[in-house]
Design a protein around this ligand. Structure first.
Ligand code: C2E
Ligand code: CA
Ligand code: CA
Length: 512
């Protein structure tokens, strides 16, 4: 058989298979016009290559999709780790990261500033209206803060009711302008369904020192915020190094306070409450003082909040209650006080949360044979509206015991009179800031008169505190107000002077 010449298509086939095996899936061959067996193999080869190419492409696409999904999941996770779930704002880590970035910008760029905001009395909202309401208030606060800043600023929620604003390339002036805008944005009350709350804030501002770490800037802003809080609501404070010292001093005093209660450094002063119609002394308010061995007299406005912070206020209030009721019982026998002569005690909000409060009060009244109706417990408005289960139990049981409950500092909180009507209280003490504002002309006589009428309409009796002038006495008399208290009649007096006053005068002069 003559040797046939090698079919060139076979060489082409071998070449095609080699290319295919190397991964060139586009490799194809033209079948010849002969359409013989070899061409059948070539067509088979083409089909196989086609199939391989499709499978491969499909595979590539799938890998690409998976990779994209993985990448997105990674991004989502990073956003989640950097976002506050409730408000959608940056969280603490995100803020610290951005602050650090700002600190690392070129020399000569103005430093960033941190504005730290802590909502005032947010705990009351949570306690009184539930966590859902609290959450919605936080979301609304976030929305308002975002509206108050510029595009280049970052708003973050650090946790709880604490927010921060990062102002890049700031000056103190710019930072303060933004802080003021934030404060104004929070100024309007928040209305959520039936709930109206004011969510004001205390604000600390720290213009960064470029050599500082991000954490330390945040800490300084927090110290300034803490100083703002001390000064009252809706205050802005710029960080000063002395604040660190003050904060340290306060925690020093706080630790000394525990000893003070057990080592008799506390003493009591008494201030008369009088009948504005005839000057008769209706009772005494007990006001605690701290006679510190080295720091001298410390006033309750300074150490009661500290006692609250360190959880010593219940112990303090119990000490005051016991000492005052003992003294009162001595006066009752010595000076033959009437049964309706009132002993007025200030009670902290946390006392109402103590399950044994009622037993403690009942025990003291029995032991010293005091008629329950003679005891008036002055409790601040915010403490009363908290309305938790234990608080409600305490209030109702005290009322059942026959003790009078009075709303103290009325006019400084956010509760309406119609709400107070639902509480088991019988008296209202109108905060001294109201009389103050009357004398400065920032509120009018008619306004106070209307408040008195509302209190009366709710079936309650009112005492006005902070009476300092005869003019105020006359105005209150004109309104038909009965109870009054203030420096005009007497300053709070130590026990001997109070004894002398009660001995010499059952009534105090109304006109000077
Ligand atoms: P508060 O219950 O509003 O007591 C009235 C405060 O006003 C007292 O201040 C009193 O000295 C002062 N004051 C009385 N008359 C006048 C006046 O005519 N003008 C002015 N400007 N002030 C007047 P103090 O004694 O410094 O007490 C401050 C606060 O400390 C009290 O405010 C009360 O909330 C709290 N506190 C006092 N003693 C106790 C206590 O034993 N337990 C508790 N939990 N709180 C107490
Ligand atoms: Ca009081
Ligand atoms: Ca007051």
């Amino acid at each position: 058989m003559p040797r046939k010449e090698a079919d060139p298509r076979l060489a082409m086939l071998v070449d095609g298979i080699v290319r295919l095996s190397r991964g060139d899936l586009s490799s194809r061959m033209e079948p010849s016009a002969a359409r013989d067996d070899v061409d059948a193999v070539i067509t088979g080869f083409n089909l196989l290559a086609e199939e391989l190419e499709l499978v491969h492409r499909d595979f590539e696409e799938r890998v690409e999709n998976r990779t994209a999904m993985l990448h997105q999941a990674h991004l989502d996770m990073r956003t989640m780790a950097m976002t506050d779930a409730l408000t959608g704002l940056d969280n603490r880590s995100a803020l610290l990261g951005k602050l650090q970035e700002q600190l690392e910008t070129e020399e000569g760029t103005p430093p960033p500033a941190i504005i730290l905001l802590d909502l005032d009395s947010f705990k009351d909202v949570n306690d009184s209206f539930g966590h859902d309401a609290g959450d919605r208030v936080l979301q609304e606060v976030a929305r308002r803060l975002l509206g108050a800043v510029r595009d280049t600023d970052t708003v973050a929620r650090l946790g709880g009711d604490e927010f921060a604003i990062l102002v890049p390339e700031a000056t103190l002036e710019i930072a303060l302008r933004i802080a003021n805008r934030a404060l104004a944005a929070l100024g309007d009350r928040i209305t959520l369904a039936e709930l109206h709350v004011f969510s004001r804030a205390s604000i600390g501002v720290r213009l960064a020192d470029p050599r500082q770490e991000a954490e330390s800037i945040l800490l300084d802003a927090d110290t300034a915020m803490y100083a703002a809080k001390r000064e009252g609501r809706s205050t802005i404070k710029v960080f000063e190094p002395v604040m660190l010292y003050q904060r340290q001093l306060r925690s020093q005093i706080a630790s000394e306070l525990r000893d003070a209660i057990s080592t008799n450094q506390l003493s009591l002063n008494y201030q008369p409450v009088v009948d504005l119609r005839d000057g008769r002394v209706l009772g005494l308010e007990v006001l605690v003082r701290w006679n510190h061995p080295t720091r001298g007299f410390i006033m309750p406005d300074e150490f009661i909040p500290l006692a609250e912070e360190i959880g010593a206020v219940v112990e303090l209030d119990r000490w005051v209650m016991a000492a005052a009721i003992r003294q009162y019982s001595l006066w009752r026998t010595e000076l033959q006080l009437d049964d309706d002569f009132q002993l007025r005690l200030n009670l902290s909000a946390v006392e109402l949360q103590q399950l044994d409060l009622v037993d403690y009060v009942r025990g003291l009244l029995r032991r010293f044979d005091i008629p329950p109706a003679a005891l008036v417990l002055e409790i601040t408005e915010t403490a009363l509206v908290t309305g938790g289960e234990v608080e409600t139990y305490s209030l109702l049981s005290l009322k059942q015991l026959g003790v009078c409950i009075e709303i103290d500092d009325f006019g400084t909180g956010y509760s309406s009179i119609s709400y107070l009507r639902k509480l088991p209280v019988s008296m209202v003490k109108v905060d001294r800031s109201l009389l103050n504002e009357l004398s400065t002309g920032s509120i009018q006589f008619d306004f106070i008169s209307a408040i008195l009428q509302l209190i009366r309409a709710a079936g309650l009796e009112a005492v006005f505190e902070g009476i300092e002038t005869y003019d105020q006495v006359q105005k209150l008399q004109e309104m038909g107000c009965i109870g009054g208290q203030g420096y005009y009649f007497s300053r709070p007096l130590p026990v001997e002077e109070t004894t002398a006053l009660l001995r010499s005068a059952a009534t105090l002069p109304l006109a000077s």
